[in-house]
Ligand binder design. Structure first.
Ligand SMILES: Nc1ncnc2c1ncn2[C@@H]1O[C@H](COP(=O)(O)OP(=O)(O)O)[C@@H](O)[C@H]1O
Ligand code: SF4
Ligand SMILES: [Mg+2]
Length: 378
């Protein structure tokens, strides 16, 4: 009996402490708050629809969403939805490289694919060269397929094994009438040379090559149709470290020669720092920080960016980096935490973060961040 009393008293103390800690959020309806925030975002997206696209941007993404329905009722109503990309907005200027970083599963690939319409976006606008292609049909997209290309992570599975390199590269050139039929072979050989592939490779098969050479073939295939915009989805992650720099340098060289624009997806921050003009940091389907690469590395604002960047080795031995280790695992994107999605791992978490989602705001010219630490007016 005495023990039971003791237990009850302890429970009461715990409850009091929890309530005290919650302060103004005691009894707060997180779910209702979340619905209200969703409603506001929806209204903002509707308002933004009326705005013309930025004439200077080659790509402008507004409130992009890609949700996967995981479970449905018998009547077909969604029971559980995974918000792989949830209300992401940004712009890329011609000739720029935008690096997208974030841990595995945060939605980088899904976003790249939704922009290219390899996934149909759930909502949002995707302006490519001033035209919203989000609602384009596959037939309408066909005309744009040459202009927008993708290089995949795995050069082993992305090449057809029974075709020669020559056939792999010539086929899209023929299909899209890039040059007259009599000039196809010479054209392909020129692209191969640009990508560091010897001319006798033309008759060879993909399995005869190493990962690095295969990725060169994939890059040549993307370039063969003369694109202006290329999504590079972890193009060096599957390669030997010794080969990675060669492929990155090839991508850089080609970009300068052809004035290409890249959306460069990677979880390797050293690579992204080297190649990107701007960086977007994603966490559980949301963009949490976006800005100029140098500025962001000098002064990362979001606690997640700070932790990610602290893991990049510092080439200056005099400057000792303090690596920030994040606690806990990344939560399931099918059931993200309430409030700020990062609050369960954030070293700066405050009570408000557990209940209210921070707004994604431009806090200085071209620098966006979603964190309650920066919620003062501009
Ligand atoms: N076709 C799909 N159906 C259901 N869930 C998916 C599908 N594709 C990706 N996802 C989920 O979406 C989330 C984001 O995946 P992805 O875009 O591949 O992340 P990243 O490229 O950052 O590693 C993950 O949780 C993944 O499991
Ligand atoms: S809003 Fe709060 S939990 Fe989220 S990143 Fe900022 S300080 Fe951390
Ligand atoms: Mg991926």
């Amino acid at each position: 009996m005495e023990k039971e009393l003791e237990k009850t008293t302890n429970q009461e103390t715990e409850e009091t402490t929890a309530t005290e800690e919650q302060g103004e959020y005691a009894g707060f309806d997180d779910l209702a708050e979340k619905e209200k925030a969703e409603q506001l975002k929806q209204e903002q997206a509707e308002k933004d629809k009326a705005l013309p696209p930025d004439p200077e941007a080659i790509l402008e993404v507004r409130h992009l969403k890609k949700h996967f329905v995981l479970k449905k009722t018998l009547m077909g109503k969604p029971l559980s939805t995974l918000k792989a990309v949830d209300d992401v907005s940004f712009k890329i200027m011609p000739g720029e490289t935008l690096g997208i970083v974030g841990e595995s599963g945060c939605g980088k690939t899904t976003m790249g694919r939704a922009i290219l319409k390899l996934h149909q976006p759930t909502a949002g606008q995707v302006f490519f060269k001033g035209v919203d292609i989000a609602g384009y049909t596959p037939k309408q997209m066909r005309a744009l397929r040459t202009d927008m290309q993708i290089v995949f992570q795995d050069p082993y599975s992305s090449l057809p094994p029974r075709s020669t390199v020559g056939d792999i590269l010539a086929e899209p050139v023929r299909v899209h009438n890039i040059v007259p039929p009599s000039e196809v072979k010479d054209y392909v050989l020129k692209i191969m040379e640009q990508c560091g592939l010897r001319d006798y490779y033309y008759e060879r098969y993909p399995h005869e090559f190493s990962g690095g050479q295969r990725q060169r073939i994939c890059i040549a295939r993307a370039l063969a149709v003369n694109p202006t915009f290329v999504v590079c989805d972890e193009p060096v992650s599957a390669l030997d470290v010794s080969i990675q720099a060669q492929i990155i340098n090839l991508l850089k060289k080609i970009q300068e020669e052809r004035k290409l624009t890249y959306l460069f997806i990677s979880h390797d921050l050293s690579v992204v720092k080297y190649i990107s003009d701007k960086i977007g940091v994603m966490y559980l389907g949301s963009m949490v920080e976006f800005g100029n690469t140098e500025k962001m590395f000098d002064n990362p604002l979001h606690p997640y960016t700070n932790a990610l960047f602290s893991a990049v080795p510092n080439p200056n031995p005099d400057e000792k980096g303090n690596r920030i280790l994040l606690k806990g695992d990344i939560p399931s994107p099918a059931n993200p935490p309430m409030g700020c999605k990062f609050h369960t791992r954030c070293p700066k978490c405050m009570e408000i973060c557990k209940h209210i989602e921070p707004e994604y705001r431009e806090i200085e010219d071209g620098h966006f961040v979603a964190c309650h630490c920066y919620n003062q007016e501009k």
